[in-house]
Design a binder for this molecule. Structure first.
Ligand SMILES: Nc1ncnc2c1ncn2[C@@H]1O[C@H](COP(=O)(O)OP(=O)(O)O)[C@@H](O)[C@H]1O
Ligand SMILES: [Mg+2]
Length: 436
């Protein structure tokens, strides 16, 4: 008889003699601990008992461990007892998580029943499916958002970035997608947002309808950086477990920028040098590690949507740049549209999906291309039109685009609470193209 690795890890941990070490110092984000042995990545408990402070071993010396806390260090004094747990962080996975809200370490925070035996626990580390065993992205995954499903179509297993400044509607769009998507399971990671924003997102944007078939993992901005960083991996690990059961999962991460900032804090406090614009090298190692976990597997898929903050509309900031190079497409939200009340504020012409032709039949692709061509023609002469320098009749394509502009606008704008099945959106798009 064979046992799963985690059962063995837990049994071994339980059978270990209980040795207690002690805290010898705490500085910045790190704790040094003497008197116990543990491996890098293992958890230790400071002040074991009722409410221990968990810390992760990040470096080991001959007889000293360097640990990083998964909680606040205040109140920890030199000499405080420390116990080795003998294993790394264990993450709950499984069907029973649907509808639940978890903290960055995978513990329920929604006041619901304990997870108990209805979930299984796994390590965070998982094998990223090898590129050659992954199936190709060739089936569409729909979001119920017209502008995206037709003009920036997404495939099962694709990873898309949502690039936007703050307050232009990222969270609202993620909620709209969560409610409208045809994915079997949705996993949302809310990383580094303020507590108030999280409440608003869960209660107003997502609502009960959005929570069904959804797991939410939250680490707000006031959590220690390591917890925020873990939360992104915990959400991803939960998605991986569903994928490995053959499910089509939609993983929504808000935001990858805040996750990178958490890694920066962790890296700098562990003594790494700042390299690119204040970000240490580990940030650029972490991003592909995290993002490559999404995608198709041997069975099932994780479609990843990652928001990227572009403050001051600096689209070349290093995190945005790195994200763009790893992802298979991007959705750009612009303040220009948001300020005139055009929601979702998607800049269609600046957004691309690299799998569009693989997931959309040629006839529909032709319609989409035509609408993009009309929008492009109009964009090119917008300034001329605004100053009254464009003469009707000088370009038939522009004239057609101007005539259709209100119809296209109506198609692209979609109220928060509205979801349009993809079939209907394609029919609508076809009518626009065939009219006039
Ligand atoms: N689809 C929409 N319809 C109407 N208003 C919207 C829509 N999406 C966003 N908004 C407006 O934009 C504001 C900011 O949206 P939010 O999703 O919180 O932005 P972000 O997450 O990018 O900071 C909302 O409070 C709302 O007023
Ligand atoms: Mg937001």
């Amino acid at each position: 008889m064979t046992f799963p690795a985690t059962v063995l890890t837990r049994a071994r941990a339980a059978a270990r003699p209980q040795v207690t070490g002690s805290v010898t110092g705490a500085m910045g984000l790190t704790l040094s601990v003497d008197g116990i042995r543990a491996a890098v990545g293992d958890l230790v408990e400071v002040n074991p008992g009722e409410r221990p402070l968990l810390a992760e071993v990040v470096a080991v010396g001959r007889d000293r461990l360097t640990c990083m806390p998964l909680g606040t260090l205040s109140g920890v004094h030199a000499g405080a007892p420390v116990r080795a747990t003998g294993m790394p962080l264990q993450v709950p996975v499984g069907e029973a998580l649907l509808g639940r809200v978890l903290d960055g370490l995978g513990r329920p925070v929604d006041g619901g029943p304990p997870l108990g035996s209805r979930v299984s626990f796994v390590d965070l580390s998982s094998e990223t499916p090898h590129a050659l065993t992954r199936t190709r992205v060739e089936e569409p995954l729909t979001f119920g958002v017209r502008a995206l499903d037709t003009l920036v179509p997404c495939g099962k297993g694709q990873r898309l970035g949502i690039f936007a400044g703050s307050g232009v509607g990222k969270s609202s769009l993620l909620a709209q997608i969560t409610r409208g998507t045809d994915a079997d399971v949705r996993v949302i990671g809310l990383i580094g947002e303020r507590g108030r924003e999280v409440r608003e997102f869960l209660e107003e944007n997502l609502g009960a309808e959005g929570m069904a078939r959804t797991v939410v993992v939250v680490a707000t901005s006031d959590e220690p950086p390591l917890v925020r960083l873990k939360a992104a991996f915990v959400a991803t690990r939960i998605a991986e477990a569903f994928r490995d059961e053959g499910r089509d999962v939609l993983l929504l991460m808000d935001s990858i920028t805040r996750t990178a900032m958490a890694q920066r804090e962790v890296g700098l406090s562990a003594g790494e040098p700042p390299a690119t614009r204040g970000y240490p090298p580990s940030v650029f190692a972490m991003m592909p590690q995290l993002l490559e976990k999404a995608g198709t597997g041997v069975t099932g898929s994780i479609t990843g949507l990652y928001t990227v903050l572009v403050e001051g509309d600096d689209h070349n900031e290093p995190i945005a740049d790195t994200a763009r190079s790893i992802l298979d497409g991007h959705i750009v939200l612009t303040r220009k549209l948001a300020t005139v009340g055009h929601f979702p504020a998607i800049d269609v012409l600046e957004s691309i999906s690299r799998v569009a032709t693989a997931v959309v039949p040629p006839a529909q692709m032709a319609d989409a291309r035509e609408v993009r061509r009309l929008m492009g023609a109009l964009r090119d002469v917008r300034e001329l039109i605004e100053i009254g320098a464009y003469q009707a009749g000088s370009d038939p394509l522009v004239d057609r685009a101007r005539a259709l502009a209100p119809t296209i606008e109506a198609f692209l704008q979609q109220p928060m609470g509205e979801s349009t099945p993809a079939e209907e959106a394609w029919g609508w798009l076809q009518r626009i193209v065939r009219s006039a």
